[in-house]
Design a protein around this ligand. Structure first.
Ligand SMILES: [Zn+2]
Length: 422
């Protein structure tokens, strides 16, 4: 459970029992280490063994560790990884050698695998970036093969490589062409992601982000309202609350529509239940939502736990009255007298008076901010990314989803999408 209380300080609680952790990529998962490496050609003073020696370079102009280079040869050059048995491969990171002289970045590159009778390009590669001083990542349709070739086309000089990491999974650093933010946001977005990786060791292992919930439902979200107030709620007010919640949620989901393979044009919100201390507080008599009375948890009314995603992260609800269709992914927890808010995988908590007073507002910014947390977005109380300022997730500095907020959301999709087969 991630809980962020959005006051002067960030409170993060990691509770619950997430599914087995998936490690971020690195040398420990690098399948290249067990391969034998050969090359089209190698300068006599260089070594092709560099590419799978497990040393992560700190610069493309590495003058300390061994390197693979082809000087003076140019044109198409390759390095071949050969394993004794077939490997499942899904992504790779490539670090180019560039000495600012006879060996420079390639004009282009691609990956080819051995089908048993020929080398063929991996399918659905998400892009082949060419950058110095960092790993260049590519993900592709899974292959099972005993041979993988990194094929470089030279540009202004000969070419070379310092390291080639290969993985069975597609979780990676993410530099594919499907991700195309404005140039000025690239650096701050990468800073944010690096900061999150550093701050949350289970970032990739956690399995209950809003993303996971949307996919578990096939493109929708169910809510239950925790009405932690004695103020009466008419049917009309209930319906306004439902409509407002859907409008605010839509603002985030509209950011994703059509972006980088995101499969849902809309993500409908359905409120399936309300929790209350006293049934008489709810003034409707119809049965359009489930009503849970006086089930007190955390000193507040709680919807049935057997129906809650937080308590059933396997996504099955065998003990939910009414069955899985009555489950809820998130709670909208409305607390009388509360200022500020909190958000996490369990939903959002804000003040009931604040929310009721803001129902017709275009941007209910505290709720929007807390929804951002439900999709993994972080707070910014103690630092600011380079070159940006005034955005929703930096509490108090904006009252709507800004471009930077939108791109932070999209950046989560960039890094998590392979989890869902994209
Ligand atoms: Zn916050």
């Amino acid at each position: 459970m991630r809980l962020r209380t959005c006051a002067a300080a960030t409170l993060l609680l990691l509770l619950g029992t997430p599914a087995a952790a998936v490690a971020a990529p690195g040398q420990s998962d690098n399948l290249s280490r067990t391969a034998t490496v050969t090359a089209s050609t190698t300068s006599s003073w260089e070594s092709v063994a560099a590419v799978n020696d497990g040393i992560d370079p700190s610069t493309s102009n590495d003058t300390v560790n061994r390197r693979w280079g082809t000087w003076p040869a140019t044109g198409e050059q390759w390095v071949l990884l050969t394993w004794p048995t077939a490997q499942t491969l899904r992504s790779a990171d490539v670090y180019f050698f560039d000495d600012n002289g006879g060996v420079r970045l390639p004009a282009s590159w691609r990956l080819q695998y051995w089908t048993g009778s020929a080398y063929t390009d991996v399918a659905a590669a998400n892009g082949y970036p060419v950058a110095a001083n960092r790993y260049n990542e590519v993900t592709f349709n899974q292959v099972s093969t005993s041979r993988l070739r990194v094929v470089l086309q030279s540009g202004t000089a000969s070419v070379g490589l310092l390291e080639v990491r290969t993985y069975a999974t597609a979780i990676g650093t993410g530099t594919g062409t499907g991700w195309n933010p404005p140039a000025g946001l690239v650096t701050p977005l990468n800073q944010v992601w690096a900061h999150q990786e550093q701050t949350y060791p289970n970032l990739y292992g956690f399995r209950n982000y809003g993303w996971d919930q949307v996919f578990a439902n096939g493109g929708s979200i169910n809510y239950c309202v925790r009405w932690d107030s004695s103020a009466p709620v008419s049917a009309a007010l209930r319906d306004r609350i439902h409509a407002s919640l859907a409008r605010q949620f839509k603002k985030w989901m509209d950011v994703m529509a059509g972006h980088n393979g995101w499969p849902y044009a809309t993500v409908p919100v359905k409120v399936v239940g309300w929790a209350v201390r006293d049934r008489a507080t709810l003034q409707w008599t119809d049965s359009s939502v489930d009503v849970y009375v006086n089930n007190i948890r955390e000193n507040a009314p709680q919807c049935s736990e057997p129906c809650g995603r937080f308590f059933n992260q396997a996504g099955t609800y065998p003990n939910c009255p009414g069955g899985a269709a009555h489950h809820y992914d998130m709670s909208l927890w409305l607390t009388a007298g509360m200022g500020g808010g909190a958000g996490g995988d369990w939903g959002q908590r804000i003040g009931s008076e604040y929310y009721v007073g803001a129902l017709d507002s275009d941007n209910i910014h505290i709720l929007l901010h807390e929804m951002g947390h439900s999709f993994g977005l972080d707070d910014f109380y103690d630092w600011t990314p380079s070159g940006v300022g005034g955005f929703l997730m930096q509490a108090g500095s904006a009252t709507r989803i800004t471009d930077f907020d939108a791109w932070m959301l999209r950046d989560w999709w960039r890094h998590l999408k392979n989890r869902y087969g994209y």
